[in-house]
Design a protein around this ligand. Structure first.
Ligand code: PEP
Ligand code: MG
Length: 889
């Protein structure tokens, strides 16, 4: 096994082994770009070190050999007294973890070689400043000395001299500081700063390995869902200096604007400085375009390199570079991060430039980015008053009055106020307040904090971890930096896409992308912005590419029409229980209370025309497309009054001796139907089997509605779906009855309806016996909500607000299995049910209608297992279309 690769040996596809930085340095080297020579120690070496606590034995010799080659090429030895080779030791994992791991510059300087460097550079101040930086960085990151001690000493030196910037310290001052820094190291670590260059290098390498498991890095990985066992590579790179005078400098550049995608010259430059000066913001940078004036030759070279890189990587790249005495050096490049809008624009721009094809363009955007673009947002033109910023935890733009506890949130929102719930952090007790609020703001916690997880689950705007905002829940106020105080009732605006928090009301505008999907803005229209055009084009790529069809979960004509505008190819789930709300609830109550057949028939008879009318509307809105109607699913007590409230009411009435007959009957029924675990009780197909006439009424309503549409020259395509089936026998009984009702309606109306009957697969037993169930079902629709609930034994209504935060923090799963399909567990049941079902009935139609149908990662899974369609809520249809296209591309 080889642990060290020269930059000339690697390439950009070796990110697993060489880390992102190392792979790209190698790629640039091999493109003939000016990269300072160096080599990369692999992530494999890091993994061995992390597992065993010591470097692999072969590593030392390999480093020696590569260092020797580097020295030979540079014509000087590491730390050589009269002309030292200096190197940087930089971390670089597969995924970028900005600032999370360690880097040490100027390795090779010592009491001896500092004078050699001064002589070679002809600049004594520079040499001592470099040495000072080495001891400071090495002391802090390798030896674990408190960085403040060095900072304080530096500040003190400036104060003593009466100057404010580092640049005003001369060689003698810096020489004094070096002595002082060395003293700090000896005092804090009990050993002297190592003078031996190779020892410096080896210790720095080890420190980079160790930094993989630093607290900061671990936290970042958890939040970004980066696996903890990848390890980091270490890049040893010969130093070039941007701080050798006015003809030197350092900068960052983007090959196009990461915010808009426009091509141009974007970046910053800082004359006579090293990279960390830019990051630390010590001095003000100038726009990259100014470099043309400062150093035309380097500028021209840089622009041409940027073109090379963009053409080579076929994507936006970001770049770090240094100019050493008029010579340009490339220190890093990588595929640049960009905003969601820019991702769409860049993808289409690159297609236009002929750099990528449509399939690849689909890989350059994500459903998550599209979802972000669909949230309403704050009007960019509005004047705003920024209070502070936190972590963008759940997107959206929310405005409301500040409240500091759940109780007030609920109370105020009931009286029609819009509120923002502000807490230091949230816990399950805050749930009602979170539901009542427009948005949630916390001053503590990251992307996996309770507030963030729950808000995302609810689709509610959330900014968390806004640490600069001091929340005082006792006094019901929040203090922003600068002393602005927000009292309860003051209006604030929070932006869950940027993490920004504003004072007062910022006007909200609808997303142009939603306006486009709604058909209120046309991609070809003059006022359609570039973003809408780009989204329009990418959606077309996806629709051309995808194999999965996309349907909607909708149960009224309005949702169905919207779904259709958004591109739905039918309804995959109409939950009929949603048609029994409002005043119809009492009619269901009558059905439940019926003692005699006559009473029951009367109750059903009253419901029939209403149901039928619902279906007529729905079939009309989806004319020509399939509509899957699910028969009644939820436990009956959901249609009855709450047991406690009713008991109290009856008890009070009895005390007054005016209890009414109906309430008493109702209470009896409520008691009879009360279940400890209603999700596993009398619901779904079980209702149809024990309540005579219920399913028959629903089937009749569907059939009559279809017949009516047919006779009106419509094209209804109804599919009848039976929920919560666990065994084929249940389905057979229900089917027999349904077939009979359909035949009756066909005979009575003189139509041939071609209704199909299928089932949900949402219980483990159904999945396990899918081969048998397919005998009686013409289609399956996976109900992954209930299937997840029953496979994990997690109550879908309770667990996310109770212990999921702890599970996420412990890394038991990276995302709730109710949000993204659990491939290994639930997913494997889906996969085997698909195979067994198709084995029985090759033309079995297969879909999914659980929440996962609109989740990007899950859509890829459903594509892989070969479903025919996914079904999701109307607003998620564009995301599902896009992801279905991405999965097939
Ligand atoms: C499901 O269980 O996945 C499903 C779609 O049905 P419901 O959410 O209505 O239980
Ligand atoms: Mg279900």
């Amino acid at each position: 096994q080889k642990f060290v690769y020269d930059f000339t040996e690697g390439n950009k596809d070796l990110k697993d082994l060489l880390g992102g930085k190392g792979a790209n340095l190698a790629e640039m080297t091999n493109l003939g770009l000016p990269v300072p020579p160096g080599f990369t120690i692999t992530t494999e070496a890091c993994k061995v070190y992390l597992a065993s606590g010591s470097e692999p034995t072969a590593l030392r010799d390999e480093v020696t050999a590569h260092l020797g080659a580097l020295e030979a090429r540079m014509g000087k030895k590491l730390g050589q007294a009269d002309d030292p080779l200096l190197v940087s030791v930089r971390s670089g994992a597969k995924f970028s973890m900005p600032g999370m791991m360690d880097t040490v510059l100027n390795i090779g300087l010592s009491d001896e070689s500092v004078t050699g460097l001064a002589a070679q550079a002809g600049d004594e101040r520079f040499a001592w400043d470099s040495y000072r930086r080495l001891i400071q960085m090495f002391g802090k990151t390798v030896l674990g000395v408190d960085g403040e001690l060095f900072e304080d000493a530096l500040e003190e030196a400036k104060r003593a001299k009466g100057v404010t910037t580092d640049v005003d310290l001369d060689a003698a001052d810096l020489r004094g500081l070096v002595e002082e820094f060395k003293g700090i190291v000896s005092k804090e670590t009990g050993r002297d700063f190592p003078q031996e260059p190779r020892e410096q290098m080896d210790l720095a390498i080890r420190a980079v390995f160790d930094s993989w498991n630093g607290e900061r890095a671990k936290l970042y990985r958890r939040q970004e869902r980066i696996p903890g066992d990848l390890g980091t590579a270490v890049n040893i790179c010969s130093m070039v200096f941007g701080n050798l005078g006015p003809d030197s400098g350092t900068g960052v550049a983007f090959t196009r604007d990461p915010a808009s995608g426009h091509q141009g010259v974007y970046g910053d430059y800082l004359q006579n400085a090293q990279g960390e000066d830019v990051v630390a913001g010590i001095r003000n940078t100038v726009p990259l375009a100014d470099l043309e004036r400062i150093d035309k030759a380097s500028y021209d070279r840089l622009i041409s390199i940027m073109e090379t890189l963009e053409t080579h990587y076929r994507d936006l790249c970001d770049i770090e570079f240094t100019i050493e005495r008029g010579k340009l050096w490339m220190l890093q490049t990588r595929i640049g991060k960009r905003t969601a809008g820019a991702a769409f624009r860049i993808a289409t721009q690159l297609v236009d430039q002929g750099l990528i094809d449509e399939a690849e363009a689909l890989q350059r955007v994500t459903g998550g980015q599209l979802a972000q673009l669909m949230f309403p947002r704050f009007d960019e033109k509005a004047k705003t008053d920024l209070l502070g910023r936190g972590i963008a935890a759940s997107p959206g733009a929310a405005v409301g009055k500040a409240v500091f506890d759940s109780y007030t949130a609920v109370k105020w929102s009931r009286s029609g106020e819009k509120v923002i719930l502000i807490r230091r952090e949230t816990n399950p007790d805050d749930l009602n307040g979170m539901i009542a609020a427009e948005g949630i703001l916390t001053s503590r916690g990251g992307k996996t904090s309770h507030a963030a997880v729950v808000a995302r689950g609810m689709g509610k705007t959330c900014v968390c971890g806004a640490e600069e905002l001091e929340v005082d829940t006792k006094r019901r106020r929040m203090t922003a930096p600068g002393g602005v105080v927000i009292e309860e009732g003051d209006v604030v605006s929070i932006d869950g896409s940027t993490g920004k928090v504003y004072l007062g009301e910022v006007p909200v505008v609808p997303s142009p992308v939603v306006e486009y999907f709604e058909g209120r803005m046309h991609a070809g229209a003059d006022d359609a912005d570039e973003l809408v055009q780009a989204v329009h084009r990418v959606m077309a790529y996806a629709d051309r590419m995808r194999r999965l069809r996309v349907r909607a979960n909708a149960d009224n004509a309005e949702d169905a029409s919207r779904a259709r505008r958004f591109g739905a190819q039918g309804i995959g789930l109409c939950r009929t229980e949603h048609m029994f709300l409002g005043e119809r609830r009492e009619m269901v109550e009558r059905l439940i209370l019926a003692d005699t057949d006559a009473e029951r028939d009367e109750a059903l008879g009253a419901l029939l025309p209403l149901q039928k009318a619902d279906f007529v509307e729905l079939f009309e809105a989806m004319d020509g497309l399939p509509v899957t109607v699910r028969l009644l699913d939820p436990p009956l007590h959901e249609f009855l009054p709450d047991i406690t409230e009713l008991s109290v009411r009856v008890a009070l009435a009895e005390a007054r001796e005016d209890a009414n007959e109906n309430d008493l009957r109702l209470l009896q029924a409520v008691h009879k139907l009360h279940e400890q675990n209603p999700m596993l009780g009398l619901r779904g197909v079980r209702l149809g089997l024990v309540i005579p006439g219920l399913f028959a009424m629903q089937v009749r309503a569907i059939a009559e509605a279809a017949a009516e549409r047919k006779n009106a020259k419509g094209d209804p395509r109804a599919e009848i779906m039976i929920p919560l089936v666990g065994t084929v026998q249940e389905l057979e009984i229900v089917r027999e009855e349904a077939d009979q009702v359909i035949a009756e309606v066909e005979a009575a109306t003189g139509t041939s309806l071609k209704l199909t009957i299928g089932t949900m697969i949402e219980l483990p037993r159904a999945a396990l016996t899918a081969g048998q169930i397919a005998e009686a079902a013409q289609f399956f629709s996976f109900g992954t909500n209930d299937l997840t609930q029953t496979v994990w034994g997690f109550s879908r209504d309770d667990v996310e607000a109770s212990f999921f935060t702890a599970y996420l923090e412990k890394g038991i799963f990276g995302v709730s299995p109710f949000e993204t399909i659990d491939r290994d567990g639930v997913g494997s049941l889906v996969r085997s049910a698909v195979e067994a079902g198709r084995a029985t009935r090759p033309d079995l139609k297969l879909g999914v209608c659980g929440e996962h149908g609109g989740d990007p990662e899950s859509v890829h899974f459903f594509h892989e297992v070969g479903l025919d369609y996914v079904s999701c809520s109307p607003f998620r249809i564009p995301v599902a279309r896009l992801e279905a296209g991405r999965a097939a591309a």
